[in-house]
Ligand binder design. Structure first.
Ligand code: NBP
Length: 485
């Protein structure tokens, strides 16, 4: 390589498909950055440098030259396909990097992989950082929300570089050091899970306004645009209005009516639910959203049930206040979904030993990412005021908001049930809220059943200890010790 490019760049990007090239351009556009670029297939590098001479990229065809073009400590962000591709690039860099250098995986890695990679790489003295990057290709180019994990030490070098390209929300860059090893990818996973829940709730609101409220997509778009001026303001509400306003050029029909109603997914929602199950955290809002996509994608089962169903319920009559009721139900359900997501973050941090800062996580989601919304300020405030609240639903602001919308929420869920409109998100959120709010739960009966068939024991409300009833004997009670509850 020409001598002049040795040690020229303060940051490098490996992997120049859509995400990597946009991130590299974003980095290059910020003052003080000189960006080295490398891609396995050189043609991709040439396309990028040819199309964007203004970026002043330091391009290399060989990985050795790419490594040599980086200032020390060398810092490289990998943006390649998650899995084997990422491992291949990591190995190439680890072979050439020195202690103190930093390898960042900015792809959508599973946080378990990130933890394992960090463990494998840290004995070399090279820092390995898994960084969740949210915002899609536009975010990568204009400013994403960035969730880096890895060591505190690596963040000293990496932090200012990431802050230079992150989205800005209310004057603050949307990046913070989440915690060590896989913390960043874990929090990105939960972000995506919450995104699933939020999208499902918005979709249910649309369905209710259309099926029960009798509004056409364009009119619902107007309702959503109006909602976007108030407490529901968010990127997802904003783009939903745009999608609903779209008219199909081929047929003249609303775009939403020509799209096949089978929702796909790439897997981070499933990861969120799997990990929440392992952590014992109820994330019903996210799980129902994942399941709703799965149900939608079962055309054979849907057709089978439709063929045997004799009649569908009559749509309930509603008045002009219905849209307002739906907005309140949507908000209350959304509070539940976010509360559950943060519960999963808290439990993950406990299990994996991350010193996370909940209000900072809420703040870095205010810009750049898909769930960006004013609403996240309220979450940040709640955790800032009292980091030890047992649930976001306990925070005064949310407790008041949910109480204010509660009657509407119940009316909407009841109306949906009576009209035969599926509302897995709204319904599960309300049941979750009622479960927490009920003085007594039928869990007592479940304990009785467990004790009956499996001698799983139970605790009493009026006495300490662990007990078992001799169900197949004289049904007297004995006190046991050392049994699991
Ligand atoms: P892709 O996920 O499509 O991956 C293509 C890139 O990976 C190309 O640069 C390709 O090199 C490289 N690559 C592969 Br494939 N196998 C490789 C290997 N064995 N060695 C070296 N390079 C290899 O790119 P993308 O869509 O830009 O996404 C990049 C990352 O960002 C992924 O992890 C993705 O999940 C994540 N992502 C995030 C968001 C978001 O919103 N945060 C959105 C989309 C993607 P080649 O040119 O030589 O084939």
């Amino acid at each position: 390589m020409p001598e002049s490019t040795v040690g020229k760049a303060n940051i490098g990007v490996v992997g120049l498909a859509v995400m990597g090239s946009n991130l590299a351009r974003n980095l290059a556009s910020r003052e003080g950055n000189t960006v080295a670029v490398y891609n396995r297939t050189f043609a991709r590098t040439e396309t990028l440098t040819g199309e964007h001479p203004e970026a002043g990229f330091v391009a290399s065809e060989a990985i050795d030259d790419f490594v040599a073009s980086l200032q020390k400590p060398r810092t490289a962000i990998i943006m390649v396909q998650a899995g084997a591709g990422t491992d291949a690039v990591i190995d190439e860099l680890v072979e050439r990097f020195e202690p103190g250098d930093i390898i960042v995986d900015g792809g959508n890695a599973n946080f378990h992989d990130t933890i394992a990679r960090e463990k494998r790489i840290s004995p070399t003295g090279i820092h390995f950082v898994g960084a969740g990057i949210s915002g899609g290709e536009e975010g990568a180019l204009k400013g994403p929300s960035i969730m880096p994990g890895g060591s505190e030490e690596s963040y000293k070098t990496l932090g200012p570089i990431l802050a230079s390209i992150a989205a800005i929300a209310e004057g603050e860059p949307c990046v913070t050091h989440i915690g060590t090893d896989g913390a960043g990818h874990f929090v990105k996973m939960i972000h995506n899970g919450i995104e699933y829940a939020d999208m499902q709730l918005i979709a249910e609101a649309y369905d209710l306004l259309r099926t029960v409220g009798g509004l056409e997509p364009a009119a619902i778009a107007d309702v959503f645009s109006e909602w976007n001026k108030g407490y529901l303001e968010s990127y997802l509400i904003e783009i939903t209005a745009e999608v609903l306003r779209q008219v199909d050029a081929k047929t003249g029909k609303p775009f939403v009516d020509i799209v096949l109603d089978e929702a796909g997914s790439k897997g981070t929602g499933v990861w969120t639910v799997q990990n929440a199950l392992d952590l014992g955290i109820p994330v019903g809002g996210i799980a129902e959203a994942v399941f709703a996509r799965a149900v939608s994608s079962k055309p054979t089962q849907r057709a089978a049930v439709q063929s045997v169903v004799k009649s569908r319920p009559e749509i309930q009559k509603v008045d002009a206040s219905f849209a307002d009721d739906v907005s309140k139900a949507l908000y209350a359900s959304k509070v539940v979904a976010y509360a559950q997501g943060f519960d999963a973050i808290i439990a993950g941090a406990e299990k994996y030993g991350w010193n996370i800062n909940k209000d900072k996580i809420a703040k870095i989601w205010r810009g750049g990412c898909i769930i960006r919304a004013q609403f996240l300020n309220r979450i940040a405030d709640a955790y800032d005021e009292n980091p030890d609240i047992a649930t976001l639903l306990e925070a005064p602001y949310f407790a008041d908001a949910v109480a204010e919308g509660e009657a509407a929420w119940r009316r909407v869920v009841a109306t949906a049930a009576l009209s035969g409109v599926p509302v897995p998100g709204f319904g599960s959120a309300l049941s979750y809220y009622d479960s927490l709010a009920s003085k007594r739960l039928p869990a007592a009966l479940v304990q009785g059943q467990r004790d009956f068939f499996g001698a799983h024991t139970y605790k009493r409300v009026d006495e300490d200890g662990v007990f078992h009833t001799l169900w197949s004997g004289d049904r007297s009670e004995i006190q046991t010790t050392g049994s699991s509850h």
